[in-house]
Design a protein around this ligand. Structure first.
Ligand SMILES: Cc1cc2nc3c(=O)[nH]c(=O)nc-3n(C[C@H](O)[C@H](O)[C@H](O)COP(=O)(O)OP(=O)(O)OC[C@H]3O[C@@H](n4cnc5c(N)ncnc54)[C@H](O)[C@@H]3O)c2cc1C
Ligand SMILES: NC(=O)c1ccc[n+]([C@@H]2O[C@H](COP(=O)([O-])OP(=O)(O)OC[C@H]3O[C@@H](n4cnc5c(N)ncnc54)[C@H](OP(=O)(O)O)[C@@H]3O)[C@@H](O)[C@H]2O)c1
Length: 477
């Protein structure tokens, strides 16, 4: 018997270090870690001690015998990763401790944002004896996309907030909610009272669909749909018109799957979740029968991850369908094989139809959306879908932050390994750092931000040791 990593894995690597036999891969030092869609336990090496279960912040790991029927697919997914045996050390390599030079005063660091990246950075700074951290969050509730992004029915994933609670309650951390840096407090005020400022401001905006008709009423970006079902838009904040029988989502990343699932699920199955009550009322009155999720490339290039499509296909009352001609030539692989194995839809189920190889060309309609036209990405022809609601889910995008440089192409704060830099000269902006989606762009899981934040704090400590953070002129109030 062995333990098994399941769908809610956020890839923070806590389990890797808890494991006494290093049977969880890839480890954070492995080049495959950044691209991995989840972590995997080697069933042949697992000693079944359960240390990983305790370490996992989202209860993603279960003993093999306790897997629910819909989780059984993860046994094969875990084992398949280890089939290609690679030599590995007995214990996973851990990061060296931060060695901090004593400059005669305790380090004071301001952290902007309270999402995973910001709080993982705070956690790392707090490993430095005597260091204090002031966190500034513009919203009234902390944790960024952990509350405002993660789907309300992904309750195990949302449990990562318990890990963030522990960081937030550290006695040397002060959290200021409802304070927007750049509006309520300036960058200069922060550098006056802290040795360094770390920005973990995320990527709150959306990448725009730049095709004719994309401004018509009835085109509602994923950012807005997500904010709506997570209760960030207030009670009547939705422009999602669910009175038609079909919705078309452009893009097939995990956000697209989240939205498709929420729109297609039985609303009563969502009733016990963290969904906003107003959104649940709208879903109860929804006429939607079919959600079409359209990718511009082939099925082997689906942007969603394997754990998420496994979870989606196991959602009660939802039938996932694919057009067989679009799968025909696709090379075999875990996602394609899973799509090939889908059965016929059950009667009465709402459908999620995954379409492939279609590039959006034009949103149709005069005063409001009536449909959307796609052309075949490779080859001739195309397809038009009649619909009153088009949801572009083609990626999030960072906004400029007052006083910081901005890369308009990538929508990030320009940086060199987390040091904010002038995009033209490459010169570092003194005592200013960046982490998470604002540093790397809008990709990666919650846990991906942990190593990213640790790298930035390591750069900050190097600068401190080199005397570049100086001595504070004023004490913070
Ligand atoms: C819809 C959606 C669902 C997701 N679901 C999952 C999932 O199930 N599992 C998973 O592993 N990953 C998931 N992810 C990915 C995960 O949420 C991200 O990797 C992670 O949240 C990025 O962390 P961050 O700290 O960089 O940004 P964020 O989480 O966006 O945090 C940024 C914070 O900064 C604050 N802020 C911004 N500007 C300012 C300012 N000027 N002053 C003060 N505060 C400011 C914001 O209010 C926010 O709280 C999801 C992402 C999305 C978009
Ligand atoms: N449960 C989870 O673990 C979870 C849930 C939600 C989000 N996340 C993570 O959060 C990150 C962001 O997710 P996301 O879904 O927003 O982004 P994403 O994974 O980058 O997917 C974006 C999708 O939009 C498509 N696209 C981009 N530009 C387009 C255009 N102009 N026209 C048509 N299609 C276009 C992309 O197609 P191409 O691939 O062809 O470029 C892709 O299908 C990801 O790393 C994701 O894994 C994780």
């Amino acid at each position: 018997m062995a333990h098994v990593v399941t769908q809610s894995c956020v890839g923070d690597g806590s389990c890797v270090y808890a494991c006494p036999v290093n049977c969880i891969q890839p480890t954070p030092d492995d080049p495959r870690f950044e691209l991995a869609e989840m972590l995997h336990i080697d069933p042949a090496a697992c000693v079944d001690c359960g240390a990983c279960v305790t370490a996992c912040p989202v209860d993603a790991i279960k003993p093999h015998a306790r897997l629910a029927p819909e989780e059984r697919a993860f046994e094969a997914i875990n084992a398949a990763f280890h089939r290609e045996a690679r030599p590995r050390p007995l214990l996973a390599p851990v990061r060296p401790r931060l060695l901090v030079r004593d400059h005669g005063e305790d380090l004071r660091v301001a952290v902007v944002g309270s999402g995973p990246a910001a709080l993982y950075a705070a956690e790392e700074v707090l490993t430095i004896p005597g260091a204090t951290v002031s966190v500034y969050e513009r919203q009234d509730r902390p944790y960024g996309l952990v509350h405002a992004g993660v789907a309300p029915d992904h309750r195990r994933t949302r449990r990562v907030s318990r890990q963030l609670d522990t960081i937030r309650r550290h006695p040397r951390l002060t959290l200021h909610l409802g304070v927007e840096v750049g509006r309520d407090v300036t960058h200069d005020q922060l550098t006056d009272t802290h040795h360094a400022v770390i920005y973990g401001v995320g990527a709150a905006s959306d990448r725009r669909l730049e095709i004719p008709g994309a401004d018509l009423p009835g085109v509602v970006p994923a950012t807005e749909a997500v904010a709506w079902y997570n209760g960030a838009l207030g009670s009547d904040g939705t422009r999602l018109n669910l009175s038609g029988r079909r919705v078309v989502i452009v893009g097939n990343g995990n956000v697209a799957l989240d939205i498709a699932r929420i729109l297609a699920m039985d609303p009563e199955a969502l009733a016990g979740s963290d969904i906003a009550p107003a959104a649940l009322d709208v879903l109860r009155a929804s006429a939607v029968e079919e959600v079409v999720v359209v990718g511009r490339r082939g099925p082997e290039r689906s942007a969603f991850t394997l754990p998420e499509i496994v979870g989606l296909t196991a959602t009660p009352g939802v039938a996932v369908q694919v057009v067989s001609e679009e799968l025909a030539g696709a090379p075999s692989g875990p996602k394609v094989d899973l799509l090939r194995g889908l059965g016929a839809p059950a009667d009465g189920a709402r459908r999620i139809v995954l379409r492939y190889g279609l590039t959006p060309e034009r949103v149709l309609g005069a005063a409001e959306v009536e449909g959307i036209a796609f052309r075949r990405t490779a080859g001739d022809g195309g397809e038009t879908f009649a619909t009153g609601l088009v949801v572009p889910s083609i990626g999030y995008r960072g906004e400029p932050v007052p006083a910081l440089p901005y890369d308009p192409v990538r929508g990030i704060v320009p940086n060199d390994e987390g040091r904010v830099v002038d995009p033209v000269t490459g010169a570092p902006m003194p005592r200013t750092y960046v982490v998470g989606w604002a540093k790397r762009g809008p990709t990666g899981f919650i846990g991906t931000n942990k190593g990213c934040s640790q790298d930035t704090v390591a750069a900050l400590v190097d600068d401190h040791n080199a005397g570049l953070l100086g001595v504070m002129r004023h004490r913070a109030a």
